[in-house]
Design a protein around this ligand. Structure first.
Ligand code: 5FU
Length: 273
């Protein structure tokens, strides 16, 4: 039985990586496969939105380098909110350099990403050494890595043999690589065929999700939670501006977050049948 027809709870126990296991457990507990991307640029607003949407989300996605007044207290408060609301943290860093450099970018600098982010991601373009580099920092801390196999933007070059190469890289590092950023569950992932071992499992996490718009003016493309989860076989939807966008107030942000949580969960239940 392919993994995407199994429940999140059933799959949680099969992952050796602690971040993947915890994420699937949180998803089941909160009935949420919604990752919220909070791409705002001021610390106060960021924390306000995270606190407001915390109850509806399994995973908060950050771009920590866009925050203008970043300080260590932001991290302390973000971690407090992750305990308060029971969500994991995903820094969308998209590492893309040689092993030695990504080790430094992941562990050092102003942001010290590895010290607080449960999950991060990397491009496959440098080859397997990017995984071994990041793993040398992340594995001892129990972190998980997602490889970018596809992107949501128009004209993305990550397709075909590039996507297949990313899958092969992940299969060689299953202790640390927990899944992919992709638009759909790729052929053969978590089922027989396409070089797959019978019992492998990877999480598919999908950005470019929106219910009311089909894209933005800069190449972003949106699909609905149903298309992504029920038809595409993805495990987690990522929603950003669909929730916090348009300068709306906090109650509206919460209403939207609950709407996406409910739609994402409904699409998951539909594919279990
Ligand atoms: F890897 C990717 C991708 O392929 N598309 C994306 O949109 C990442 N993203 C991120 O998801 C992007 O950097 C934003 O942080 C977020 C989508 O935000 P939106 O406001 O829902 O468009």
């Amino acid at each position: 039985r392919p993994t995407f027809t199994r429940s999140y709870t059933e799959r949680a126990g099969k992952f050796s990586n602690p971040a993947a296991r915890q994420l699937l457990e949180v998803m089941a507990r909160k009935q949420s496969n919604l990752c919220i991307s909070v791409d705002v640029t001021l610390k106060g607003e960021f924390l306000e939105v995270v606190d407001a949407v915390g109850p509806y989300t399994c995973l908060i996605k950050t771009h920590i380098d866009i925050i203008e007044d970043f300080d260590q207290d932001l991290i302390t408060q973000l971690k407090n909110l992750s305990s308060k609301h029971d969500f994991l943290i995903f820094e969308d860093r998209k590492f893309a350099d040689i092993g030695n450099t990504v080790v430094l970018q992941y562990s050092k600098g102003v942001h010290k990403i590895a010290s607080w982010s449960d999950i991060t991601n990397a491009h496959a373009i440098p080859g397997p050494s990017i995984i071994t580099g990041l793993a040398s920092v992340g594995v001892p801390l129990g972190r998980g890595l997602l490889l970018l196999a596809e992107m949501s933007s128009k004209g993305s070059l990550a397709s075909g043999s590039y996507t297949e190469g990313a899958v092969r890289m992940a299969r060689d590092h299953r202790d640390f690589v927990i899944g992919f950023i992709a638009q759909n569950r790729m052929e053969g992932i978590g089922s027989r065929g396409f070089e797959a071992e019978v019992d492998e499992d990877f999480l598919i996490i999908t950005p470019g999700v929106g219910l009311d718009q089909s894209g933005d003016s800069m190449g972003q493309q949106y699909r609905t939670p149903f298309q992504v989860v029920a038809e595409g076989g993805s495990d987690v939807i990522i929603v950003g501006r669909g929730i916090y966008g348009g300068g709306v107030d906090i109650p509206t942000i919460q209403t939207r977050a609950e709407r996406y949580r409910a739609e994402g969960w409904k699409a998951y239940e539909a594919r279990l049948k």
